[in-house]
Design a protein around this ligand. Structure first.
Ligand code: PMP
Length: 360
């Protein structure tokens, strides 16, 4: 069977060289005669894979030594649930920007433990932009300030980070980590579910400035306590060994491609192919405000639900799958993460052009 172009928001496409390498090594890794899935997480062979994954991601993101790099199980929801448990223990208050569904859920979770100050929201406008922020609304005593750098469902991204002074910036980077360079030093904490730009689901990448470790609420489960994870090199319990191995292959692939800056260039080109078409189309229309357009999730509509459905079906027949928008917003969403080749985006535009000719 031919492989399709998969525009899923996550779990999403993995790069072919990564899948091929995993396939080659699936039964016998190196000289071990065993699959990575069958190795003890404490074995010498596995620890080499683990250390390599660690070193590669540190290199790709230029993570300074005073930041812990952790690979917890689970996903981004688990980590935005862990954030207040780990950090909301000083003033007991935190600032949150309500820029999308996951940002909203993160704030709701934090409200269970303390005071949440929502410093900006675009909820009333279906999250079609990232809200403008007024520094006067920021709480200088907040334990942290939470943002979602890319809003997966609505297709928007931050173009500039809020200036939070001494208040640590905590970022959910699930849907754009490794797609563009970020200065890790601008953040106190970065977390990202793996299933978009890193590897298979069930793994999270967590980067924490070390001075923020050790502040957890006494009721925080040990497994969610970032200090416990850091003190045990992410192996307080069994980590997601295979996903970390897959992530390592992905990091190697990205490094071979030239790293995050090179990837950003490719991502801008890919997103431009789609947005340039949308901007002159007589049928399709982008839904996110131009200034905040995501390079990872491109959301668009025809304005007619029946046509949206027909388009999604026609695209699937052409081998372009998972283009249906999130159930809460409808329309279409093309998720074009790092592993989506430019050819996939061009193929999508060609199908859109054909559909437009037939349906405009
Ligand atoms: N944050 C963002 C920005 C996401 O896109 C997602 C998943 N699509 C989540 C959080 C939730 O991630 P998980 O399913 O890994 O908990």
């Amino acid at each position: 069977m031919e492989r399709v172009y998969n525009f899923s928001p996550g779990p999403s496409m993995l790069a072919m060289p990564v899948l091929e390498r995993a396939q080659k090594e699936l039964l016998c890794f190196g000289g071990t005669g065993a699959s990575v899935m069958e190795m003890s997480h404490r074995s010498k062979m596995y620890l080499e894979i683990f250390e390599e994954a660690n070193a590669l991601l540190r290199k790709l993101m230029s993570i300074p030594d005073d930041y812990a790099l952790l690979f917890p199980q689970g996903g981004a929801t688990q980590q935005f649930s862990a954030a207040p448990l780990n950090l909301m223990t000083g003033s007991g208050a935190a600032d949150y920007v309500d820029s999308g569904n996951f940002a909203h859920l993160a704030a709701a979770e934090a409200k269970r433990y303390g005071t949440v100050n929502v410093v900006g929201s675009s909820r009333e406008d279906t999250y079609t932009y990232v809200p403008a922020l007024d520094r006067a609304a920021f709480d200088p005593k907040a334990d942290y300030f939470h943002i979602t750098t890319n809003n997966t469902i609505y297709g928007t991204r931050y173009t500039a980070l809020p200036e939070t002074g001494d208040v640590p910036l905590v970022a959910d980077m699930s849907s754009n980590i490794l797609s563009e360079p970020y200065d890790v030093r601008a953040f106190g904490v970065i977390y990202a579910g793996a299933q978009k730009n890193i590897g298979p689901a069930g793994l999270c990448v967590l980067i924490v400035r070390r001075d923020l470790l050790g502040k957890a609420n006494a009721l925080c489960p040990k497994l969610l306590d970032w200090k416990v994870l850091a003190d045990n090199d992410s192996m307080y319990n069994t980590p997601n060994t295979f996903a970390i191995y897959m992530a390592k292959l992905g990091f190697e692939w990205l490094l071979n491609l030239g790293g995050v800056a090179a990837m950003e260039k490719i991502n801008i080109e890919k997103a431009d192919i789609l947005y340039n078409f949308l901007d002159q189309s007589k049928l399709f229309k982008g839904t996110a405000q131009k200034a905040f357009r995501s390079r990872m999730n491109v959301t668009f509509v025809t304005g007619d639900e029946a046509k949206d459905d027909a388009f999604v079906k026609q695209a699937a027949k052409a081998g372009l799958i998972n283009l249906k928008g999130h159930r809460s917003v409808g329309g279409m969403r093309a998720s074009i993460y790092n592993a989506m080749p430019a050819e996939g985006v061009t193929a999508l535009v060609n199908v859109m052009k054909k559909f437009e000719l037939e349906n405009a």
